[in-house]
Design a protein around this ligand. Structure first.
Ligand SMILES: Cc1cc2nc3c(=O)[nH]c(=O)nc-3n(C[C@H](O)[C@H](O)[C@H](O)COP(=O)(O)OP(=O)(O)OC[C@H]3O[C@@H](n4cnc5c(N)ncnc54)[C@H](O)[C@@H]3O)c2cc1C
Ligand code: SF4
Ligand code: SF4
Length: 423
């Protein structure tokens, strides 16, 4: 019979673990530790006796095995639903009004400005988000922010492994109202966890997310660092982007800093990105279940070298819930955020063609997982079947066969984390 540990490791081995940290919170750190594994990613390692009931809960909350759209009770009657872009009430181009926040931010600093505004206006008592890791400079780590300066310290995108939910138990135990900022998969995980811990819905008042195309494989980031003549172990700080839009990628050691253009790290287009498997088949990179989803606004999805030197940064902001729309409009009225003008889901597809294409392809890719006897992530309210039905059969077949080929080639298979305690 399959052991509880084998079941947990199946999520990792089938490339579905994104390293969010929630299984450690569910099982307790004395039984599961989400840590840097032999593959270089953050993955769960079984360190104590694990039972099937606990693993059942993990399968119900893990964003590798379950991803749902916005809870139905949060979809107000007059909300519009776009098959690609999901529920929306208002979509705008915007930036942080404070020039320092706009500059420090990944794009236009809107997420940072909103986090600061939520604290300064007394809407929440703290913000759970992430900042650069102090121990692994290319990684991110969770942080609880209580001041506007704390929130600003987390500005910028972390394209390395980052586990925001490692701190969720500590955060909930404080019994303080909070906002959560995490990737769409982190948001999905916390929405899942709300079914198991009622404090989530009582305390988490705002759910904010960057639109997310995936993060960089640690091995590729390390390789990039070596091209700068730096051994990854020598890094004291690593900034992927921000301080401009997108701003440079900066590697810092005790000897000083070296920087390259953002495109030198990511490549000139998304086809050269090296993404974890879970990101390649992600059913929700657009933050379907957040109050607000915030993105870049480069037509075609990528900056150009010429334009980026003068780009001050402009976000697109999708308000999905009444709470999200009210927050956005209050932040604009009180001067925390500047709204340029309203846009539509069609504009989002121009800014984010990779998100649109992935959303159309996911249903066929999941079918290939099922064909291969793999875990198929459970989804609801993400419109995946409807989107596939809009596509020609030949395209769906192409996606299904392509995924089947990658599975057969072992591209969706991860090694089992090495450290393991006997059950
Ligand atoms: C892995 C990743 C992939 C992305 N892919 C896309 C994409 O495909 N299309 C697109 O338009 N935009 C993408 N972005 C988002 C984009 O880079 C900006 O983050 C977004 O536009 C918000 O900009 P901002 O200036 O408002 O953010 P900021 O004001 O800089 O705030 C960023 C917030 O996000 C949090 N954060 C940063 N990195 C992580 C992380 N790894 N995990 C959890 N929380 C994090 C920070 O704690 C901070 O609170 C991605 C971001 C990440 C982290
Ligand atoms: S995605 Fe999160 S909950 Fe799922 S196995 Fe990985 S760390 Fe655990
Ligand atoms: S692409 Fe999807 S799975 Fe990957 S980090 Fe982004 S939201 Fe998470």
């Amino acid at each position: 019979m399959t052991s509880p540990a084998d079941r947990l490791y199946a999520i990792v081995e089938q490339g579905l673990c994104i390293g969010c940290g929630l299984c450690q919170a569910v099982a307790g750190p004395d039984r599961v530790s989400v840590t840097k594994s032999s593959s270089g990613y953050l993955h769960p390692v079984v360190v104590g006796p694990l039972d099937h009931n606990t693993v059942d809960v993990i399968y119900d909350v893990c964003p590798g095995t379950r991803v749902d759209g916005l809870p139905e009770h949060l979809i107000a009657a007059d909300t519009k639903i776009d098959n690609v872009w999901g529920p929306w009430r208002r979509i705008v181009r915007a930036w942080a009004t404070d020039p320092e926040v706009r500059f420090e931010g990944s794009t236009g600093g809107v997420l940072t400005a909103l986090g600061q505004y939520l604290l300064s206006s007394g809407r929440v008592e703290m913000v759970l988000h992430v900042k650069a890791s102090t121990s692994e400079p290319t990684f991110g780590e969770p942080v609880l922010s209580f001041t506007e300066a704390d929130v600003l310290a987390g500005a910028g995108s972390r394209y390395g492994p980052t586990a925001p939910l490692l701190s969720i138990t500590e955060a909930l135990d404080r019994s303080l109202t909070m906002a959560f900022v995490g990737k769409p998969c982190d948001i999905a995980a916390l929405r899942n966890f709300a079914r198991h811990d009622e404090r989530v819905d009582q305390l988490v008042r705002y759910w904010l997310t960057p639109v997310c195309g995936g993060f960089g494989a640690p091995s590729v980031t390390d390789k990039f660092v070596r091209t700068l003549g730096i051994e990854p172990e020598a890094l004291t700080d690593f900034r992927y982007r921000g301080r401009g839009c997108p701003g440079p990628t900066v590697a810092t050691t005790a000897e000083g800093s070296k920087e390259r253009h953002y495109l030198d790290y990511w490549g000139e287009d998304s086809t050269s990105w090296s993404l974890p498997w879970r990101c390649r088949i992600c059913p929700d990179g657009i933050g379907d279940s957040a109050d607000l989803a915030v993105s870049d606004t480069w037509p075609g999805g990528s900056p150009t070298r010429q334009a980026s030197a003068d780009d001050l940064g402009t976000n697109a902001v999708v308000a999905r819930t009444v709470a999200g729309q009210v927050l956005l409009e209050a932040a604009a009225a009180d001067g925390a955020v500047t709204i340029e003008y309203d846009i539509t889901p069609d504009d989002m597809s121009i800014y984010q063609p990779h998100q649109m294409h992935k959303k159309y392809a996911v249903d066929a890719r999941f079918k290939a997982l099922g064909d291969a006897g793999r875990i198929v992530p459970r989804t609801d309210r993400l419109r995946l079947a409807e989107l596939a039905a809009e596509m020609p059969v030949s395209i769906n077949d192409y996606q299904r066969q392509g995924t089947a080929r990658r599975l057969a080639e072992g591209k969706a298979t991860e090694t089992r984390p090495e450290i393991q305690a006997p059950e």
